[in-house]
Design a protein around this ligand. Structure first.
Ligand code: NAP
Length: 236
């Protein structure tokens, strides 16, 4: 995958940061947006702009004139019982997971332009908790379910010029999941639940995102791909 201009919302941590690292050697330009620059290295093809998707209707940063790939990473993993969740918690999850993605894509839409005759590519993030009923996931599963609906609708509306796909991760070792993986015992207890006997890494998800951005996936759109150690489909 050579060249390409990418905008990665949430590219300063976890999966998004790893994707920035994987794209950097070949990209022409990568715009990264998040609330803080965090672990982002200096300069090169990467340009950082501060932005908060939880601030409703706040201004978004300037975009490149042409965008070959747009990725929206900000998201939540709110794990609480339904009894303890307030309507405000559902609204908060919905705001960051769905409305943030909508604002991001509406800003990018007119500039999405593929290179070398290929469609442009959009990648969003869902969760395994949409296809698998998991306790304590009501709020995040509801908002990510909406993301999956958005993916299929937009993929239809934007074909053939723009492809739209999503990744549905299971537990992945990033700062977002830090509380669930805060001791060797917790990590081991989580790992054994997966058919492949480990939790995911940011590199597993970033590799799938990079594939979905590349021409190698040029006949794929409207898909939600489980990268989950086999958990969504296997019983072993
Ligand atoms: N990690 C998992 O186990 C897991 C499992 C299932 C699904 N997912 C999904 O995968 C995606 C990536 O997650 P991750 O684990 O890589 O998370 P992460 O390490 O927390 O990274 C999230 C990125 O989004 C940015 N961000 C968060 N809130 C933002 C806001 N309000 N406005 C602008 N930027 C914001 C963060 O930077 P700032 O904080 O500086 O803004 C950071 O760059 C998410 O959509 C998540 O729901 C993750």
């Amino acid at each position: 995958m050579s060249g390409g201009t990418y905008v990665i919302a949430g590219g300063s941590s976890g999966i998004g940061l790893e994707l920035v690292r994987q794209l950097t050697p070949t990209a022409t330009r990568i715009d990264v947006w998040s609330r803080e620059a965090r672990n982002l290295g200096p300069g090169g093809v990467v340009r950082y702009a501060a932005c908060d998707f939880s601030a409703v209707d706040g201004p978004l940063p300037e975009l490149p004139d042409e965008i070959s790939g747009a990725v929206y990473c900000p998201g939540t993993i709110t794990l609480r019982s339904f009894r303890s969740l307030q309507p405000a918690d559902f609204r908060q999850d919905f705001e960051l997971n769905l409305i943030g993605a909508v604002r991001f894509l509406q800003a990018c839409q007119s500039r999405l332009q593929g290179i070398d005759g290929q469609p442009a590519s959009v990648v969003l993030f869902s969760t395994i908790a949409v296809s698998q009923g998991l306790p304590m996931h009501a709020s995040v599963a509801a908002s990510k379910g909406a993301v999956e609906g958005l993916v299929r609708s937009l993929a239809a509306e934007w074909a053939p010029k723009i492809r739209v796909n999503a990744i549905a991760p299971a537990l992945t070792d990033t700062p977002l999941a830090g509380r669930l993986l805060s001791s060797p015992e917790k990590r081991e207890a989580m790992a054994v639940r997966y058919p492949l006997k480990r939790i995911g890494g940011a590199a597993d998800m970033a590799a799938m995102a990079r594939f979905l951005l590349s021409a190698e996936s040029s006949w794929m759109t409207g898909q939600v791909l489980g990268v989950d150690g086999g958990m969504s489909t296997l019983r072993v």
